[in-house]
Design a protein around this ligand. Structure first.
Ligand code: SF4
Length: 381
């Protein structure tokens, strides 16, 4: 019984630099909004959440508050118009607080959609380097059918406010990348894309910028080409930088009013990675430069069993839809041993509230995650 280290999933950032530090504008905005908001005009289910938000949101920034602004939510709030403020607050409360209180809603607060499981990189810290994952006979590799993608978007629209187009593969490799984004256009309050930026083209950049993507995360872990290459196998830092420069140029010339948040984000795996070097390299090109904490994900199935009993918060936070419609509670289980259903024949709500999903949550709450594979080897809480 080793590996007792835990990796809390909420706020997985090791550092974020360049993001605005002054939260006062949005604190005042929310406080005034909550003070003057007429609850009688709101549906009962939303009213109850707003009452909780009113109780827990501090009039000024406070470290001890249960529900408070973060660098991420502060930046996102600058994109949210006043008439959507209450929808955003409800979403953010469900995203942050429901996993802590183990409250189960009708829909997941956050949905990740994987248009493809294929990736052109084999990063040292990623399950993409697992040979079995790529074995044709195992059937893990593929692209999502565009009609299935549209079905998932239709099922999620007005129900789930936050979508990430990302999971096990590289989204820009998806053969229907442009059509996919055109279909999502302005349908979600928060729409994110993660990319390694190696395959960005003008056409793909225009699709991202014209369709109201709210955050784009460019994954890059080092400012030094050699170190980058060691971590991002098959990657070329020069090429990635050129593509991010192209994105920056197109955004500033053709989409002057775009309020997309751009972030370069690396996985903090070793001491040689340096935040200041990263800021020097990317600071003029993006809004935020970050490192996320490394979580051992490359092969959970071969890790030692541990005796962690804290529930995994992701079971109440997000749900993953994979290219073949399979639904999984997380991507650490990249072989989908925990599969909870398939959106080809079920609605999002049916899967999120399925008996199997509830059984996993119950075991986690009862300190019995050791009885579930691979949760018994995973360190996420
Ligand atoms: S394997 Fe289990 S504990 Fe780990 S992230 Fe997935 S659901 Fe959570």
């Amino acid at each position: 019984m080793e590996q007792q280290r835990k990796y809390p999933k909420f706020d997985g950032f090791y550092s974020i630099i360049k993001a605005e530090e002054d939260y006062s504008k949005n604190y005042n905005r929310i406080s005034n909004y909550l003070k003057n908001f007429d609850l009688s005009n709101v549906e009962k289910k939303d009213r109850n959440v707003l009452v909780e938000i009113k109780k827990s949101f501090p009039p000024i920034m406070s470290r001890d508050s249960e529900f408070k602004l973060t660098k991420i939510s502060n930046a996102e709030l600058n994109q949210i118009p006043d008439d959507k403020l209450f929808v955003y607050l409800i979403h953010r409360y469900k995203y942050e607080i429901y996993p802590k209180k183990k409250i189960l809603d009708e829909y997941p607060p956050y949905l990740q959609i994987e248009p493809t499981s294929i990736c052109n990189f084999r990063c040292t810290f990623c399950y993409q380097k697992n040979k079995e994952f790529h074995s044709k006979s195992k059937g893990h590799m593929g692209h999502m059918d565009l009609d299935l993608f549209k079905r998932v978007v239709d099922l999620a629209e007005n129900k789930v406010q936050m979508i990430s187009i990302a999971s096990r593969g590289e989204p820009t490799l998806y053969k229907n990348f442009v059509e996919m984004l055109d279909y999502c256009s302005n349908k979600f309050l928060v729409l994110k894309i993660n990319t390694n930026a190696s395959l960005l083209t003008e056409k793909k950049i225009h699709a991202i910028l014209r369709n109201g993507v709210s955050t784009i995360v460019f994954s890059a872990d080092a400012a030094d080409a050699e170190l980058y290459k060691k971590l991002r196998i098959n990657g070329d830092l020069k090429k990635v930088k050129k593509n991010i420069e192209l994105f920056h140029k197109i955004k500033n010339s053709d989409y002057k009013s775009s309020n997309i948040i751009t972030r370069v984000s690396g996985v903090k795996v070793n001491e040689d990675q340096n935040s200041l070097d990263m800021e020097k390299m990317w600071g003029d090109l993006v809004d935020q430069v970050a490192f996320v904490n490394y979580v051992p994900t490359e092969n959970v199935y071969e890790m030692d069993e541990n005796s962690i009993t804290d529930p995994c918060s992701d079971l109440w936070r997000r749900m993953f839809i994979w290219w073949d419609g399979k639904v999984n509670p997380c991507e650490i289980d990249f072989f989908s041993k925990l599969e909870v259903g398939n959106v080809r024949n079920k609605s999002l709500s049916e899967v999120w509230n399925s008996e199997l999903y509830k059984k996993y949550r119950k075991k986690h709450i009862n300190n019995e995650r050791v009885k579930i594979k691979p949760c018994n080897r995973c360190q996420v809480t």
